[in-house]
Design a protein around this ligand. Structure first.
Ligand SMILES: C[S@@+](CC[C@H](N)C(=O)[O-])C[C@H]1O[C@@H](n2cnc3c(N)ncnc32)[C@H](O)[C@@H]1O
Length: 271
C-alpha cells in the first residue's frame, strides 16, 4: 500500500494558531477543572459558559461537546481568530453541538444582553492582563459579575514566581516544532511586560513573534483585591500540586498558602 509521509512543518507550511493550540492549550483539562469545581462549589451542573478572549474558541467547543445540555458563547475582538475557529473547530462539531455554540466578535468589556445570564465566565491564558490599570481591570471584573446568572462563577488563571519578572526565553519541544516563550521586556516601575511566542522547526527556519502580548504583570493579591472591589464576595485560589520532579502535576486544589517557587500557575474562582 502506498504511504505518504506526514509533511514536515516549516515556516511556510505551519499554521501558527495550530501550533499555539498544540503548545499551550489543553481545553479538555481546563473544562475538567472548571466543570468539576463549579459543581463542587455550587452543588449543581453549569449549562451556559462564556469564554472571554476566546481566540480560536477551543475551550467553548470543548464545552458544547461535553454534554448535550451545554451551551457556549465565545467572545473575541479578532475576526480572523473567530473565522479560523469556524473553519477548524466549529466545522468538526455535530449539527447539535454547533447550534449550542455562538461566536461573537466583540469587546469583553461591553457584553450585550445575549451574552449575560451565564453560569460561567472564563478569562484564561492571562488574557485579562491586557487591562493594565486598576480602573480598567476592575471595570472588566464588574461587567463579568453583572453577566453571571444567580450562583454563577468566574474562572481566571494566573502565573507568578520570581522568574515572571525575568527577561528570559523558555523552549519546549513539541511534535514537529519547538515552542519558545520569551519575556522580552519588563518595567519594574509600571509592571508593564511584553511577551512573544516564537516557533522553530527541525529543518531550520522559524516563525518569530507569531504572537505578542503587552500585559501588566499583576500580583495575585492585587487581582484578588480587585475582584472583591468589583463585588465578588468569595474568591478562591487553586494551587497546582507537585509532580515530585520540580514541576506541576496538573491537579489544582484550593489553597491559602501557596509555595515559594521560580514559576507557578494558579486558577482563581470568584462568585
Ligand atoms: C492570549 S489570546 C487567548 C486565547 C485563548 N483564550 C487561550 O486561552 O489561549 C488573547 C485573545 O484576547 C483577544 N482580546 C484582547 N483584548 C480583547 C477585548 N478587549 N475583548 C475581546 N477580546 C480581546 C485577542 O484578540 C486574542 O485573541
Amino acid at each position: 500500500m502506498p504511504t505518504t509521509r506526514p509533511k514536515r512543518l516549516s515556516p511556510r507550511t505551519a499554521d501558527p494558531r495550530r501550533l499555539y493550540e498544540a503548545a499551550v492549550q489543553c481545553p479538555e483539562a481546563e473544562i475538567d477543572f472548571v466543570d468539576s469545581t463549579f459543581r463542587k462549589i455550587t452543588g449543581r451542573r453549569a449549562a451556559l459558559l462564556r469564554e472571554d478572549f476566546c481566540g480560536t474558541a477551543a475551550t467553548a467547543c470543548e464545552w458544547v461537546r461535553r454534554r448535550p445540555t451545554n451551551h457556549a458563547i465565545g467572545v473575541d475582538l479578532d475576526p480572523s481568530a473567530l473565522a479560523w475557529s469556524k473553519a477548524n473547530h466549529v466545522a468538526g462539531l455535530t449539527d447539535d453541538q454547533r447550534r449550542r455554540l455562538r461566536l461573537k466578535k466583540g469587546d469583553v468589556r461591553t457584553p450585550t444582553k445575549a451574552e449575560q445570564g451565564v453560569d460561567i465566565v472564563l478569562a484564561m491564558n492571562f488574557s485579562y492582563w491586557c487591562f493594565t490599570t486598576r480602573e480598567s481591570l476592575v471595570a472588566y471584573f464588574r461587567t463579568v459579575r453583572k453577566s453571571l446568572a444567580k450562583g454563577g462563577v468566574f474562572f481566571l488563571d494566573f502565573f507568578g514566581g520570581w522568574e515572571a519578572q525575568k527577561i528570559l526565553t523558555e523552549r519546549k519541544r513539541c511534535k514537529g516544532f519547538t515552542y519558545i516563550w520569551e519575556h522580552a521586556h519588563y518595567n519594574p516601575i509600571t509592571a508593564d511586560m511584553t511577551c512573544h511566542i516564537h516557533f522553530e522547526f527541525p529543518g531550520g527556519g522559524a516563525i518569530r513573534k507569531a504572537f505578542t502580548y503587552h500585559w501588566r504583570l499583576w500580583t495575585l493579591p492585587e487581582v484578588r483585591e480587585l475582584l472583591v472591589e468589583a463585588g465578588f464576595r468569595d474568591v478562591t485560589v487553586y494551587w497546582e500540586g507537585d509532580d515530585g520532579k520540580g514541576g506541576g502535576d496538573g491537579v489544582f486544589r484550593p489553597n491559602t498558602k501557596g509555595e515559594v517557587c521560580a514559576s507557578w500557575i494558579a486558577y482563581l474562582s470568584a462568585r
